[in-house]
Design a protein around this ligand. Structure first.
Ligand code: ZN
Ligand code: MN
Length: 481
């Protein structure tokens, strides 16, 4: 039997602030364990939290960009649970007066349409520390690093509006893209600054009621989330087909076995004993504050995509790919500013540059690409000025990646300039002699023969002949002008 997949996400993203959300400790990644800590983030009795205004503003910016209703007053609550990486034994979070509710984001789908995904709420909380479990036979302890404890964490809770793994993939990409455009998080999944937790259930097609959802944690990349959707489909479908009931629980992704396993039966809100944090005051959000932050919202991905289509006459697909990462979109615009051939530059980015990017680790961006936007534009300009052929450009490009040098410099250095007329002539004569039968065909009106002759010239010159020069030269020599 086939089932319909119902998916929602809880997205956690660490906000880009220099200091933590309730204290002044640094949020830098990779510091020696337990060096970025103080009495507040260590949960020492008597220490008092003070809200980081920047973290609040970034949260508000995200809520506004995701079309949320903004309350007049936001407040913070204690979410109580016991775990070694949570020194206070509660997480300061929001359970009632969230920073934003009832929003949505538009997600471009693979078939070119746009699907609107509901946002239930957006709330600001703090990240926990990290438990480290050293390996080895004699090891009977774990370690706790509290550097991350108290890092501002924004949680975005969607409605269960996604219906397939493809939609889930498009959603995750759109979410990351939007957060990057907003510049609220560095979105590095490998470092845990962007995490997707999956809520998934199955139901019979046509059914309007939701099945029992299962929450899955420990998904540290988008490809793992997609693998997990497949594995959960199998698991839940097997249970339902046998007439069983899916249990309400939180499950953990087990990468080694490519399946989920039960972590704990799901807590209800009651288990967390939420109550307002008496150490923190209510936070008033004035109309002025909202206006000030709205004013600073950048051009958002779908708007930029539309502009790329209008302004540069790119296809929806090309514009979609170029705007799917803010760094790629900026790179493209810098290149076009330096040499106005949007289509030509787009083609190079879509093929060669993205091919390079796809071979890099997941969090690599075009900013890490060794060829600057200006230098890529320089290469396209050389082709457009017919200083080099497209064929030569394909040889120059890997050298640019390797050395970071300008195309024109490499063309000089490697002697890749196209041959001038006087050095081309004897080669064309040779080809016409060697391929005399083909030359006769051309004379007889078989225009396709020109391609074969051109191929002969290109072989002899290793691609350094300009077709725009060779074609009339051949015609003239055969008396076809
Ligand atoms: Zn601290
Ligand atoms: Mn959370």
């Amino acid at each position: 039997m086939d089932f319909e997949i119902v998916i929602g996400f809880e997205v956690h993203t660490e906000l880009k602030t220099n200091s933590k959300v309730w204290c002044g400790c640094s949020t830098a990644f990779g510091a020696p364990p337990n060096t970025n800590v103080c009495p507040v983030c260590l949960g020492m009795p008597g220490s008092l939290p003070v809200l980081n205004g920047k973290a609040f503003d970034l949260s508000l910016k995200t809520a506004l960009a995701m079309n949320c209703k903004i309350p007049d007053v936001a407040s913070f609550d204690r979410k109580n649970y016991y775990y070694p990486d949570l020194p206070k034994n509660y997480q300061i979070s929001q359970n009632d007066r969230f920073i934003g509710t009832d929003g949505w984001i538009d997600v471009g789908q693979p078939d070119g349409t746009v699907k609107r995904i509901g946002i239930d709420n957006i709330h600001l909380e703090e990240d926990a520390g990290k438990n480290i479990h050293p390996e080895g036979r004699a090891v009977d302890y774990s370690l706790v690093d509290l550097n991350r404890a108290g890092t501002p964490l924004l949680e975005i809770v969607t409605r269960p509006d996604l219906r397939s793994r493809e939609e889930a993939a498009a959603f995750m990409n759109a979410m990351r893209t939007l957060l990057q455009y907003l510049d609220v998080s560095d979105c590095k999944m490998q470092e845990g600054s962007l995490r997707f937790e999956l809520n998934m259930s199955l139901r019979k097609p046509g059914s309007t009621e939701y099945g029992q959802k299962v929450e899955v944690k420990n998904l540290n990349s988008m490809s793992v989330v997609l693998k997990c959707i497949d594995a959960e489909y199998e698991r839940q479908a097997d249970i339902l087909e046998e007439g069983g009931r899916v249990a309400q629980e939180t499950r953990l992704w087990d990468e080694a076995r490519s399946e989920t396993r039960s972590m704990r039966s799901k807590e209800t809100a009651n288990d967390y004993r939420y109550f307002p944090d008496p150490d923190l005051v209510d936070y008033t959000i004035t109309a002025e504050k909202q206006a000030e932050i709205s004013k600073d919202l950048p051009e958002l991905p779908l708007a930029r995509r539309q502009r790329f289509m209008d302004e540069f006459e790119l296809s929806p697909y090309d514009a979609g790919v170029l705007t799917s990462h803010i760094a790629t979109a900026n790179y493209f615009e810098r290149a076009v500013a330096s040499h106005r051939n949007p289509k030509g530059i787009c083609n190079w980015i879509m093929s060669e540059v993205l091919a390079w990017l796809n071979k890099q680790p997941e969090d690599t961006t075009i900013d890490d690409f060794p060829v600057s936007a200006e230098n890529l534009a320089g290469l396209v300009a050389l082709i457009d000025k017919e200083t080099i052929t497209g064929k030569i450009a394909k040889q120059v490009f890997p050298l640019m990646v390797e050395t970071g040098k300008e195309a024109s410099v490499l063309v000089e250095e490697k002697g890749l300039k196209p041959l001038d007329d006087s050095s081309l002539e004897p080669i064309v004569d040779e080809v016409l002699a060697e391929m005399s039968k083909v030359a006769e065909d051309l004379k007889g009106g078989k225009e396709k023969a020109m391609g074969a002759l051109m191929g002969g010239v290109m072989r002899k010159t290793k691609g350094k002949a300009n077709p725009a020069v060779v074609t009339p030269m051949i015609r003239k020599k055969l008396g076809l002008e």
